[in-house]
Design a protein around this ligand. Structure first.
Ligand code: MN
Ligand code: MN
Length: 456
């Protein structure tokens, strides 16, 4: 007897839509079609979309910076993710200066173990590069860590030089990993910030003025050029603007394997949000900064036409009270929550006609699963795949508000937004973990996923 059958739903995958029932045995989808026999548990999905669980490949759970700590740990953060329809995350494991990659990964494994309720993997952030680290890096894909992250900004913290980038791209090409890049010219940003501070310009809006589009697009173009020199693929995280899109398009014209992601907040906020009164602007301090309405429109279009491949949350849940609530823009920790809102907000692109529901599934689940070595287990409702399933109600409406969300952090950027299309029920590897929008699973049910190597 099957463990779970989902009946009467409309199965929505990236590649198409079909009316079919789904049979689950244990953790796996074993049947897809009609006339599936009875099961221990049956769910009626009439009127609902049956979609693969969301995959969020850009999160910062349980992260600390000097003086700051995210509100979300791996339990609260993944509970929030699950309530928003996401069943797998890939979080950034940060190598601190002087640390081996092994030490860094052990720390992140300990943060997640016994807490995460979604499945999870880690990208490794490379800060120190030397012969030992290079050797360690080469060994990581065999351990299921198949993506590396580099920062071109945040000098004296994570920022790396072009030589380190080339060495990392070389390892990635040889070992089948994907290098993700935070593309901003860190020296330029620091210089512009110094000038603003010297002139006494400390208001929150200066965050946008000191990291203008060219700071991002120059670094985007350089990252792509370095990847090209190494013959490696490159994944640009949190792309925000038309200028940077142009750099991506130029790279593709030269046949560089460039993939680009944007994040939920860039699809809804603009730099004007930084000027909100009563410190509210501080909530919108995230990096790269929010841009103009025109850039926002270009991002939606680019999700529709394929220039952008993924929407991630870049969840960094610095609390407003006590951490982000500051007047001096240089002191506000960069980043904002969004792990729970990501799929709901991105789905508004379907309502607005920017893309169809299959493309929605592609950018929030299938593409990130394929790019980061989680497919074919994740990213599709298919026989043989993990039973990671979201029952999505395309007609359900609500207004996003802090009190209704499940995250631990004390605000949402999307407060007051009217939305249509909500997750109703979420299944992770065969287990129902969200019902009627509420988490009902056990703490620690998530599992570390050894990801496969990058293949285009
Ligand atoms: Mn970043
Ligand atoms: Mn980030």
């Amino acid at each position: 007897m099957l463990d779970l059958v989902i009946r009467n739903g409309l199965v929505v995958n990236a590649g198409g839509t079909q009316r079919a029932d789904i049979g689950v045995a244990g953790e796996t989808i074993v049947q897809l079609g009609r006339d599936i026999a009875g099961a221990t548990r049956e769910i009626d999905a009439a009127g609902l979309y049956v979609m693969p669980g969301g995959v969020d490949v850009h999160t910062h759970l349980d992260l600390d910076l000097p003086g700051f700590q995210t509100a979300e740990d791996f339990r609260s953060g993944t509970v929030a993710a699950a309530c928003g329809g996401t069943t797998t995350i890939v979080d950034f494991c940060q190598q601190r200066h002087g640390q081996s990659l092994r030490e860094a990964l052990d720390i992140w494994q300990a943060k997640a173990a016994g807490k995460a309720v979604t499945d999870y993997g880690f990208h490794i952030v490379v800060t120190d590069m030397n012969a030992d680290v290079e050797k360690e890096l080469a060994g990581l894909p065999a351990q299921g860590v198949t993506s590396f992250k580099l920062f071109m900004a945040y000098k004296d913290a994570q920022m790396v030089d072009d030589r380190t980038m080339l060495r990392t791209f070389d390892v990635a090409r040889r070992e089948g990993a994907l290098v993700m890049v935070h593309a901003e010219n860190g020296d330029a940003a620091d210089y512009l910030i110094e000038k603003a501070v010297a002139a006494g310009n400390l208001s929150t809006f200066n965050h946008a003025l000191t990291r203008p589009p060219r700071v991002e697009s120059e670094a985007t173009g350089r990252a792509i050029a370095l990847a090209e020199m190494a013959g490696a693929p490159v994944y640009i995280v949190h792309l925000t603007c038309g200028d940077a899109l142009d750099a991506v398009i130029a790279g593709r014209r030269r046949n560089v394997d460039v993939i680009a992601e944007t994040c939920t907040h860039y699809l809804f906020g603009t730099q004007d949000d930084l000027a909100r009164p009563d410190f509210e602007g501080a909530k919108w301090v995230l990096t790269p900064p929010l841009r103009t309405r025109k850039d926002q429109e270009l991002l939606w279009q680019s999700l529709g036409n394929g220039t952008l491949s993924v929407v991630s949350s870049d969840d960094a849940s610095w609390p407003f009270e006590g951490q982000k609530r500051q007047a001096d823009f240089t002191r506000i920790p960069n980043g904002a929550p969004g792990i729970e809102e990501r799929m709901i907000m991105t789905y508004q692109g379907v309502n607005r006609g920017h893309f169809n529901v299959n493309r929605f599934v592609e950018i929030v689940s299938t593409n990130p699963a394929c790019l980061f070595g989680l497919a074919p287990k994740k990213g599709a409702v298919a026989v043989g795949a993990d039973a990671d399933i979201v029952l999505w109600d395309p007609e359900a409406e609500t207004v996003i508000t802090q009190s209704k969300l499940n995250h631990a952090v004390d605000f949402t950027l999307f407060e007051g937004q009217k939305v249509k299309g909500l997750p109703r029920c979420v299944v992770r590897r065969g287990e129902v973990i969200v019902e009627n929008g509420r988490f009902c699973g056990a703490t620690g049910g998530g599992r570390f996923i050894r990801r496969s190597r990058y293949r285009r």
